[in-house]
Write a protein that binds this ligand. Structure first.
Ligand code: URA
Length: 197
């Protein structure tokens, strides 16, 4: 059994917070174990909770289109959420729920070891850069260790606020270039010239 499949079984048995009472299906995430790109959303919504799969509702349809715009399909990337169970009425996750769920995403990242983590929305950004503002740093990559972090607005934001659509599309289109730059930076870091971009 693959490391991710084993992890999914553990996540399915998780009873570490109150959300277990409300969920229909747990939504661990999906994608190849060797994915280069890892997209991280907030928490499952109604559609995801029904199907046990991430980003399968309207925001997911937009995410699929964004992936196509850079020549990728969702089968080629890993898609996960900070929280694995749907909060009732789609309310924001509580700090205790976030804390209880933290280890699952950490273990996914350890197994997948992506080249790039794309945070989708404020909530996912806060998991890595709690003091940053998405309005200021969306579309700006930074490298920490050997992983490039790339914050984007949440695809659902474009559904509520049409003006963000073009910004999200433009940020997505930069990803291939950022990946290539990330490799160059990695070489520069090895020769101790640069650590961030
Ligand atoms: N929004 C998210 O943040 N995650 C999903 O899986 C679906 C919608």
């Amino acid at each position: 059994m693959s490391a991710l499949t084993e992890l999914y079984q553990e996540i399915a048995n998780c009873r570490a917070c109150e959300l277990v009472k409300y969920r229909t299906k747990v939504v661990p995430g999906e994608g190849p174990e060797d994915a280069d790109l890892l997209f991280i959303g907030e928490a499952p919504g109604w559609h995801e909770d029904q199907q046990g799969r991430p980003f399968v509702g309207p925001a997911g349809a937009f995410l699929d289109q964004l992936l196509v715009s850079i020549g990728l399909s969702r089968e080629q990337v890993y898609i996960a959420n900070v929280i694995k169970c749907r909060p009732p009425q789609n309310r924001d996750p509580l700090p205790a729920e976030t804390q209880a769920c933290r280890k699952w995403l950490d273990r996914q990242i350890e197994i997948i070891h992506p080249r790039m983590i794309i945070t989708l929305g404020r909530y996912s950004l806060a998991r890595y850069f709690p003091d940053e503002n998405i309005g200021k740093i969306h579309g700006k990559a930074r490298k920490v260790g050997d992983i490039i972090y790339y914050p984007m607005y949440h695809p659902a934001a474009a559904l509520h606020q049409g003006s963000l659509r073009r910004i999200i599309e433009a940020d997505m289109l930069q990803i291939p270039r950022v990946l290539v730059q990330g490799e160059r930076i990695a070489e520069a870091v090895e020769s101790q010239q640069l650590s961030l971009f």
